[in-house]
Design a protein around this ligand. Sequence first.
Ligand code: NAD
Length: 474
Amino acid sequence: MSSTNVTAHLREALESQRASFAKAPNPPWHKRKEKLQKLGAMIEANEEEFQKIISEDFSHRSFVETSIAEIMIIKAGINHALKHTPRWMRPKKVSTALQFKPASNRIIPQPLGVIGIISPWNYPLQLAIMPLIGVLGAGNRAMVKPSEFTPKFSELLKQKLGEIFSEEEVYVATGGVDVAQAFSDLPFDHLVFTGSTAVGYHVASAAAKHLTPVTLELGGKSPTIIDESANMAQAVARIANGKLLNAGQTCVAPDYVLMAKDKIGTFVDDLIKQAEVFYPSFAGNPDYTAIIADKHYKRLQGLIEDAEAKGATIRVAGDDDSQQMAKERRIPLTVVTDTTPDMKIMQEEIFGPLLPIVPSESLDEAIDYVQKQPRPLALYWFGEDKAKRDRILNETISGGVSINETAWHVVQEDLPFGGVGPSGMGSYHGEHGFKTFSHMKGVFQQSKFSGGKMLYPPYTDKTKSMLNMMKKIL
Ligand code: NAD
């Protein structure tokens, strides 16, 4: 399809969603519930097919990881929405200041209309469906553009969503970057983009042309700080798990570690051992996920080579045959020490199983380091000293935080999920998603009896004394 045709086709889809929305602009709960239930049943019925197809796109994706990090998260998200959306939908009475009584105020959540969802390849199902849960729960229509890096999955998603929704309810646009660009150019009522910070700039400026509000779920370098008060065995296992899930291709994976220099040697030995316990071999291991594409495999190898050339020490877990690993596009846990700021691995989001370690001798030094970096999507702190924990929470800014854990804040339905500054803007999940995809309309209702007429012109001495009285009660 030519680019003019792509744009025309997408605009047509948007217009027909808009027309259909206009006929039912505020669907009652039973209609929304039906959609969420259909969505949940479709995901559950097709779990194996999704596992298989995502694995084919990755060349290998652990089936268990697809269940844990995609299917289960979606199931929890749908169940949470089914349980709580009726309450979130209710108009909320809010207080009215004394001088306006007996009038009343309320906030009415209202569907926005047609919401665009652009999703990435790393958790292709979860990151398309989690926003969709909020969008449908809030009573909207959705147009979805999944990633071109998972083409088979994207076609399957289109087919499966097409079996349960009409194109006026949920439309899926598949295709390459040209389609993604035309998609982000559409005048949606809201656009939620999950992907890299670099593409986030393009999406935000395309949306700005129509003043389309955006939620940007971006990436960045998420620091992990290990305090001397930490339980080291626990920290090692939890960091290894957070780093190696999906072979590190997770937006909230620990990107680098800050810790005292004299502890680094033991930590690295233990981390390597832990990775080898999790994955007795990396090559051919069904539990270990491959790197999505040659482009990213080469990028990650380039980060290791660049660091080594600039004086870093590289430790690799396991003793797999490197040719076999390259053939399978797998990279084992690779720990990088003796890092310097000029290394690319210390500048770019890693998004793979490489973990650089940065010596940091005090809490002040760790806070100073984090404060000087772009604001990250996540921050992890390991330790038992509550005063230090509170300083980290108060003095660093990140999208979210897990304490003595990695990544788990993301799967708490009651916590907002989103970045800050270059790691994103806005948030969703649970009620935060419902509010993001609703217009929270403020309504003032005047009563039969209102003191307002006392302020009508012409302004007289009576008005002035009324004003003086009001000044006293405001
Ligand atoms: P990406 O930015 O390359 O692509 C994401 C989506 O944007 C894809 O669907 C793609 O088709 C589309 N796209 C590409 N170019 C575009 C353009 N010029 N205009 C509009 N759309 C365009 O990201 P990716 O490689 O798929 O995913 C990895 C990145 O996503 C990492 O930076 C990671 O941290 C981030 N991420 C963030 C979250 C989060 O929730 N914050 C979750 C997962 C991944």
